[in-house]
Every structure is written in structure tokens, then in C-alpha cells.
Design a protein around this ligand. Structure first.
Ligand code: HEM
Length: 255
């Protein structure tokens, strides 16, 4: 509603985040900020330290704000911490949930993944940042999960230049656009047996999907901030799949 009818939301002061959640985040972030400012907590080179450095930056302190500049205040730091939490937490947990659903239904894929983990663990003795890069089959499984179940079904943009919609006399500018993303990845035109869960389709060498067809992490300058978000998911999968088997429940209904 906020995207389609922002004035309505502002007028009625509607909350997108419940007050309890808002206060919880704000209080945690500000208490850490104060503790680091007073030297009660050591610096850790993390997100909070980076935001504090930005706030203390000359630009933020001395120069006059120009249009579109944002002053780094406690609430801005808390809001950004919340976005990182939301962007990283919900996406990863939803990807894992759908992956486990498919692993329960495809035991041969699960066993292949487990075997790959065993081999990499045997080679490195433990899972390290470098060893994660050798879990190539697992990465294919995650790519396939994100093809069928992308956590973000649309990517949102605002049209900043005049755009004439082809074959119409409609010109849009300043409009909110939702780029739908659920259809293309399940379109037979782009992926053979598009509804089937087949991680092997991502095995290299392969032709990349046409531009705009596979966008689980978005596209352009607002692309997901995590350079390889797939890796964050890998860490979670690795520790679970290597130790437990995922099986269908008695009430499993094949889709
Ligand atoms: C499977 C994991 C993930 C998926 C599928 C995913 C997907 C996405 C998508 C579709 C966008 C919008 C991109 C666009 O509009 O073009 C996005 C943006 C973002 N993601 Fe992720 N993400 C994942 C993991 C993470 C993690 C682990 C973090 C942080 C720790 C994160 C932080 C963010 C942030 C802050 C943005 C906003 C970037 C901006 O607006 O400039 N994401 N992500």
C-alpha cells in the first residue's frame, strides 16, 4: 500500500513495522552505539563501526546537506541495521525452507550434496571460506531453488525518464514499476522441463540465461549488496545437510 498509495499511509500514520519491533531494534542499536562511543565496548570493524565512522566523517559533520543527502543519525543507523537484518534473514531462511522441501522429495540430490560435503571436509579437515568455493554442486542446488522459489517475486523501481509503452500512446514517468519475476524462471521457453527441480541444469559450462530471465538477486545498481549471497546460504545448508537426513513427512503431498 505504501508503494501504491503513499499519501494514504502517511495521512493515517500507518505503521509498516510494528512499534514493538521498531523499538527493539532502535534500542539495541543505540545502546551499542553509546557503549562504543564511551569505550565500554571494543571496536569490531563491523557494520556499526562503519556507520559511526561515516557519521564522524568530515562531510557529515562540516558540509551543508544538499538535496537528497541524508544525515547519519541514530535512527538512520538503526534503519539500515534493520534492512540488513531483514534482507539477509528472511531471504536466506525462505531459500533454506524451499530447498529442504525439494531435498526431501529428491533424495538422490540430497545424497549427492552430502557426498560433496564429505569430500570437501576430508580435504580441508574443516569448512573454511576457501573450502566453501568447492561446494559447486551445492551451489547448483541453491541456484535451482532460487529459480523455482525466489524470495522476492518482483523487483521494484521508479521510472525516472519518459518511457513510451510500445504499441500504445502511453508515456510513463515518475511511476512505480514492479518488474514481475516469477514467470520467466518457470517458462519452458527459457528452461527445459521448467517446473522440475533439476540442479544439473546449472552445471558449467552452460549458456547463461538471457538477460532479465534469472534475477533472484535483482539487477543493476540496486543488486543485492552481498557479493555472493549464495555463500551465506551455503554455510547454513552445509552444517545441516552433513549431519541430518531430510525426509518426507507422512503428510507430504507431491506438488
Ligand atoms: C538467498 C539469499 C538472498 C537473496 C535471494 C537476496 C535477494 C535480494 C534482492 C532480489 C534484492 C533487490 C535487488 C534489486 O532491487 O535489484 C536484494 C537487495 C538487498 N539485499 Fe539481498 N538477498 C539475499 C541475501 C542477502 C543477505 C545475506 C543480505 C545482508 C546480510 C542482503 C542484503 C540486501 C540489501 C541491504 C539489499 C538492498 C540493496 C539496495 O537497495 O541497494 N541480502 N536482495
Amino acid at each position: 500500500m505504501r508503494q501504491f498509495w503513499p499519501a494514504f499511509v502517511l495521512f493515517f500514520r500507518m505503521r509498516i513495522i510494528p512499534k514493538k519491533t521498531h523499538d527493539f531494534f532502535y534500542n539495541i542499536v543505540t545502546s551499542v552505539l553509546r557503549a562504543r562511543e564511551n569505550g565500554e565496548q571494543e571496536k569490531r570493524g563491523d557494520f556499526i563501526d562503519m556507520m559511526m565512522a561515516l557519521r564522524n566523517d568530515d562531510c557529515n559533520q562540516n558540509s551543508k546537506l544538499v538535496e537528497d543527502d541524508v544525515e547519519i543519525t541514530d535512527i538512520v543507523i538503526a534503519a539500515n541495521a534493520f534492512i540488513i537484518f531483514l534482507g539477509g534473514f528472511e531471504t536466506t531462511s525462505s531459500t533454506l525452507a524451499f530447498m529442504f522441501l525439494e531435498l526431501a522429495a529428491n533424495e538422490e540430490v540430497q545424497e549427492k550434496m552430502r557426498e560433496e560435503i564429505r569430500q570437501v571436509e576430508a580435504k580441508y579437515k574443516e569448512i573454511t571460506y576457501d573450502s566453501l568455493h568447492e561446494l559447486t554442486y551445492m551451489e547448483m542446488v541453491i541456484q535451482e531453488t532460487l529459480r523455482l522459489y525466489p524470495p522476492f517475486p518482483t523487483i521494484q523501481r521508479v521510472c525516472t525518464k519518459d518511457y513510451a509503452i510500445p504499441e500504445t500512446d502511453v508515456v510513463v514517468r515518475g511511476h512505480y514499476c514492479g518488474v514481475p519475476y516469477l514467470g520467466h524462471p518457470r517458462d519452458e521457453q527459457y528452461f527445459a522441463r521448467a517446473d522440475a527441480f533439476e540442479p544439473e541444469r546449472w552445471r558449467e559450462p552452460r549458456a547463461p540465461p538471457p538477460p532479465g530471465v534469472y534475477l533472484p538477486f535483482g539487477d543493476g545498481p540496486r543488486y543485492c549488496i552481498v557479493l555472493r549471497p549464495i555463500r551465506s546460504t551455503v554455510v547454513g545448508v552445509n552444517s545441516l545437510v552433513s549431519r541430518i537426513g531430510i525426509v518426507k513427512s507422512a503428510v507430504y503431498v507431491s506438488g
